[in-house]
Structure formats: C-alpha cells, structure tokens
Ligand binder design. Structure first.
Ligand code: NAD
Ligand code: ZN
Ligand code: ZN
Length: 344
C-alpha cells in the first residue's frame, strides 16, 4: 500500500509498505480522510530521537473498517469510524481516570506519533480507539479528532470562566482556531475576539461566528484593550493556538485578573512567570495557565455529536495522498485556511 512517511528525521516522502495485518484487539481501517496538523510540522522539525522513524504520519484519521483482528467485537467491515489518536498505557493514574491525554507513562503515545498513522491506504488501530461517526462525511470526521477535539478540551477546561457576555480571545485561526471559534459559538454565550496575522484567517473567523477580529501585530493589544477594557480587566479566557513569544505576550497582556490562559499552540515561545512586588507582574494576579493536550475519548464523542448535529464543521481543503507533502508545504507557508485534509 501507499504511505506518506517520515523516513528519517525531517524527511517526508511517499513510499510503498506492506499493508498491516490487524493484531488481536485491532481493526484495519481503509483510510478515508486524514487531517494535516501543524503538529506534524513540529514532528518533522523535532530533534532526532524524539519520534521514531520510519513512521507513517497522520494523527487525525477517519475511515471504513476493512477487517478486524482476533477478539474484536462491535465493529464489522463497512462500519465508518473516527480514530481517537491517543494510545495511553491504560494503567497509570491518568489513564485509569479516563484521561489518556494525561498518560504518565508514554506521552506522547499515539497513532501517527509513536506508531504508524493515517497517511496511508490502510492503518491498523486498537478497536477501542474507534468511535462511530454515523453518516458524517469522513473529510469532516477526520478534523474533529484533533482540530475539533483539542480546542473542545481547552474550552472544557475553561468552561467555568466562560460566562455569558465575557470575552474569550482566540489567537491563531488555523485548523484548531477556526474550530475553537465554532465550539465557543455552539456551546457558550461569550463574546469571541479572533486574532491572527492573516486577513484570510480573520475572514474565516468572522464566517465561523467571531464577534471581533484583530490583526496580530504591534497594535493588537491596544485593539483588544479597546474591546475588553483597561487592565486589570480583560478577557476572562485566552486560548493561544500559536504559542510563540509574540502571541504569549499578547495573551498574558490581555487576560483579566483571575482569568484563564490556555496554551494550546506548541510554537516554542516562553511565558515568563515571575511575580514580584516591585515591578508589574508578568501575569495578572489569580490568573491560571493550563497546557491542554488533545482531549479525552468521551470529549471526542461529544465533538462528533456537535459535528453530526451540524453545529461545527471544518472548513476543508482536500488533497489526494500523493499531494500530501505539498499540503504540508502550503501549511508551513501559511497558505492553508481551515484544515487541509488528505483523502488516500
Ligand atoms: P495552523 O497552521 O492550521 O494554524 C495556525 C494559525 O496561526 C494560522 O492561521 C496562522 O496565520 C496563525 N499565526 C501564525 N503566527 C501567528 C502570530 N504570530 N500571531 C497570530 N496568528 C499567527 O496550525 P494548527 O494545526 O491549527 O495548530 C496550531 C498549533 O497548535 C500548532 O503549534 C500545533 O502544533 C498545536 N497543536 C497542539 C495540540 C495540543 O494538544 N496542545 C494539538 C494540535 C495542535
Ligand atoms: Zn495535531
Ligand atoms: Zn497511562
């Protein structure tokens, strides 16, 4: 079968590999759609040794059951499914609580991270990682598993602070951010302020329900302040889907006293935290900072429910498998709006 693999650190190419045989407890899925996540670029850029090679990338997968391994019940060929990407150890405190995204033994274990992912004709996954998607289009189902799930989990963490009429700033309106705006619209009554460098991304944010858009840059903080009011008031919640120094500075500058900062983006920036008595603090008092990772299986089921109800939908640009490397090049250049989805 065809697979798009990181054959050695930083090298992405399409190769021929044997079609996997599902082991006991696994299902072989004919891949229908797989989203191209910015994290794949971070994986490609990571220092050698952090991720195994060769590995088939793609951690945002949906497909049709082709075959089932020994002992699998509840799935039959032809069933359509979305893949929950995290494979936890199953026995640590995080996993036992149902939060495999907090697995303490094997982070970041996952399909397309520590074992072969969905950028291929077929992928073998543990049966327990599959969720039914009903009649949802697979190009819609795939992005829900990460671009949908990760901001949904972030919103869940922040939900007590997302009171009607308060402000939530979403920074970075790409694959994750444009879903974050829709999730906030569908599940809260907050005022959404979308921030991005790209005008096209801001247009997308408006279409997805953002109440205000602010172009990132030197005047962004001032523009956001005009909306949320002067410090120490501000946005009750800031979701940073970029995570570089510039966005972290904006985030900590506009968050309200007692607000919540959710650092979703893995851009490599630094958030200074040093409360001092004789200088302005780097973060307002009582502010909490959380670093959400992906989400739980139960949350994915809720995200799929939102998708099936038509309350959220990814703005998708599709590419055949042989154009997957090009899709990642476009993503790196900032030329993908919404989510690029590869359809093997
Ligand atoms: P994307 O490339 O689709 O979107 C990024 C968006 O950020 C683009 O619209 C871009 O224009 C905008 N942007 C870039 N620099 C900016 C800046 N300085 N100010 C404002 N906007 C800026 O990426 P994505 O797939 O949505 O992923 C976003 C980030 O989230 C990545 O770092 C990714 O690795 C990370 N991520 C984290 C998790 C997690 O579990 N924490 C899960 C998935 C992705
Ligand atoms: Zn991802
Ligand atoms: Zn675990």
């Amino acid at each position: 079968m065809r697979a798009v693999r990181m054959t050695s650190p930083g090298v992405l190419e399409q190769v021929e590999v044997p079609t996997p045989t599902p082991a006991a407890g696994e299902v072989l899925l004919a891949v229908g759609a797989v989203g191209a996540c910015h994290s794949d670029l971070h994986i490609l850029d990571a220092p050698p040794g952090l991720f195994p090679t060769p590995i088939t990338l793609g951690h945002e997968t949906a497909g049709t059951v082709e075959a089932v391994g020994a002992g699998v019940t509840g799935w039959t060929p032809g069933d359509r499914a979305a893949v929950y990407g995290i494979v936890g150890c199953g026995t640590c405190r995080g996993c036992l609580r149902g939060a495999e995204n907090q697995c303490r033994r094997m982070p970041p274990g996952g399909i397309g991270l520590s074992r072969d992912g969905g950028l291929a004709d077929y992928v073998a996954v543990p049966a327990r990682n599959l969720l039914h998607v009903g009649d949802l289009d697979l190009t819609q189902a795939a992005p829900l598993t990460d671009a949908g799930l990760t901001p949904y989990h972030a919103v869940e963490l922040a939900r007590p602070a997302l009171r009607p009429g308060t402000f939530c700033v979403v920074i970075g309106i790409g694959g994750l951010g444009h879903m974050a705006v829709q999730i906030l619209t569908a599940t809260t009554a907050v005022r959404i302020i979308a921030v991005d460098t790209s005008v096209a991304a801001l247009d997308l944010a408006t279409r997805m329900g953002a109440h205000h858009v602010v172009q990132a840059g030197p005047e962004a903080v001032e523009r956001i302040r005009e909306i949320v009011g002067p410090a120490p008031d501000g946005a009750d919640v800031v979701i940073d889907c970029v995570g570089v120094d510039a966005t972290l500075t904006t985030a900590r500058t506009v968050v309200a006293t007692g607000g919540k900062l959710l650092l979703v983006g893995l851009g490599g920036g630094t958030l200074p935290v040093h409360p001092v008595a004789d200088a302005p603090p780097t973060l307002p008092l009582e502010t909490s900072v959380e670093i959400p990772f992906w989400g739980t299986r139960a949350e994915l089921q809720e995200v799929i429910a939102l998708g099936r109800a038509g309350l959220i939908s990814a703005d998708v640009q599709t590419f055949p498998l042989e154009r997957a490397p090009e899709a990642y090049d476009l993503l790196r250049r900032g030329d993908i709006h919404g989510r690029a989805v590869v359809t093997p």
